[in-house]
Design a protein around this ligand. Structure first.
Ligand SMILES: *Cc1c(COP(=O)(O)O)cnc(C)c1O
Length: 419
């Protein structure tokens, strides 16, 4: 047998050493195999090597915020589409991969955001990376003003745009953004890239104010609404819909994989911008289209979410109920402006240990969020209650946290982190 570890290429040794280093720093990520029970969301089976041995676990870290991924109508749309059209798209959008469902979904998303057109990508990550890189390599001299906490997918697109430059502004800091816009060359094409809901701290950008600055300094606006679509606004058009500023944003990007519970990413904008991306973005052109089943399920989901406001109301009722229970139990958490409930731990090892014990002793799953996802010292459990978390499930989580959190220490850490 070929033994790869003995290969003399230096990359093998590099990997070996790097992995040891990551392990020593406590940053080695190990997957937890969990399979969702579609009829009992948020209950999953925790899988082991023995397929007969599974334990039910209540998951508190899913980004399927509304449970649309297990909505029977959504699942049925995928099943019907597979029966009619098969399992895969069979080609890129240009090469035999475009299905009427893709066009219908793009039109639905454009309408959701009040834009002329939309374009699907295979994921939200790719939609950001491909769109930003393509825009920023179009005209010469682009300058991007990028929020310090922007997602890795936006950073990938911005960094990948050779010839353009990037200025990072302090997170959600309008004054810093304005100073930086003002000191940039007047005639350079500018773009402001930011998010609405930031998923780790759960804070929300002032979209209206950022758009006002964009007008003042003639910058294009690119808004990632990934953690907001489906959840905010009368029809789930995100914070830009809630704040009635969607018209002022040039490009709105979203995912079909979080609030909409399925898969895929997209951008919506003016017809010309979308056509330009469709014709120029490598990450759109050279990859196989989303399977028709995914487009069908996503379309069913978006349509339901748009007209069923009770889903959003139920989500926030559950989030508020959970916060109330945490408060009553004296468990410190960050009171965010969004649906995200971070419980601060403040130490990487402790964070991992609490997560491990939650799973093993209490059958509750909450992902530990450690550096480099968040700054050192702000390690946390990121809890995302959804409409299917019952009062009893919440009580279980509150009880477990009460047992596992080292009380005083945590209070101090939280005070420090919030100061
Ligand atoms: C998850 C995420 C993405 C990527 O979306 P996917 O559809 O999961 O690829 C983009 N932006 C932000 C802010 C995200 O959190």
């Amino acid at each position: 047998m070929h033994s790869s570890s003995s290969s003399s290429h230096p990359f093998y040794a590099y990997c070996r050493e790097k992995l040891q280093e990551i392990e020593q720093q406590g940053r080695y990520r190990r997957f937890t195999p969990l399979s969702r029970q579609s009829e009992h969301y948020p209950v999953y089976d925790k899988n082991t090597k023995d397929p007969q041995k599974t334990t039910p676990v209540v998951v508190w870290s899913s980004n399927d915020y509304l449970g649309m991924g297990v909505e029977p109508e959504v699942m049925q749309a995928a099943i019907d589409a597979i029966n009619h059209y098969g399992a895969g798209a069979g080609g890129t959008r240009n090469i035999a991969g475009t299905h009427p469902l893709h066009a219908a979904l793009e039109a639905e998303l454009a309408d959701l955001h009040g834009k002329e057109a939309g374009l699907l990508f295979v994921s939200g990550y790719v939609s950001n990376q491909a769109s930003l890189q393509t825009i920023l390599t179009s005209m010469p001299g682009w300058i991007t003003f990028s929020d310090q906490q922007n997602h890795a997918s936006m950073i990938a697109g911005i960094k990948g745009a050779r010839g353009s430059s990037c200025v990072i502004f302090k997170h959600n800091d309008l004054q810093d953004l304005e100073e930086k816009l003002a000191s940039a060359p007047k005639d350079a094409p500018k773009l402001i890239a930011f998010e609405s809901v930031y998923s780790m701290d759960g804070d929300i950008a002032d979209i209206k104010a950022i758009c006002a600055l964009a007008r003042k300094y003639q910058a294009l606006t690119y808004l990632d609404e990934v953690h907001a679509v489906g959840l905010y606004g009368k029809q789930g058009g995100g914070v830009s819909e809630r704040d009635q500023v969607a018209q002022e944003v040039d490009i709105i990007e979203g995912t079909l994989a979080k609030g909409f519970g399925v898969h895929g990413g997209y951008v919506t904008a003016s017809r010309d911008i979308i056509e330009f991306l469709r014709l120029a973005a490598s990450g759109f052109i050279f990859t196989t289209a989303l399977p028709p089943s995914i487009a069908a399920a996503a379309l069913a989901s978006v349509r339901l979410v748009r007209r069923q406001n009770w889903r959003r109301e139920k989500l926030f009722e559950r989030v508020n109920c959970f916060r109330q229970k945490l408060r009553q139990a004296g468990i410190p958490f960050m009171q965010t402006e969004s649906h995200i409930v971070p419980v601060m731990i403040g130490d990487a090892e402790l964070c991992k240990e609490i997560s491990r014990r939650l799973l093993e002793e209490y059958h509750l799953y909450a992902t530990p969020i450690n550096y480099p996802t968040v700054p050192r010292g702000t390690e946390r459990l990121r809890l995302t209650p959804n409409p299917f978390h019952t009062d009893a499930m919440m009580d279980d989580m509150v009880h477990a946290l009460k047992q596992l959190l080292p009380k005083q220490e945590t209070a101090q850490i939280v005070a420090k982190a919030m100061a």
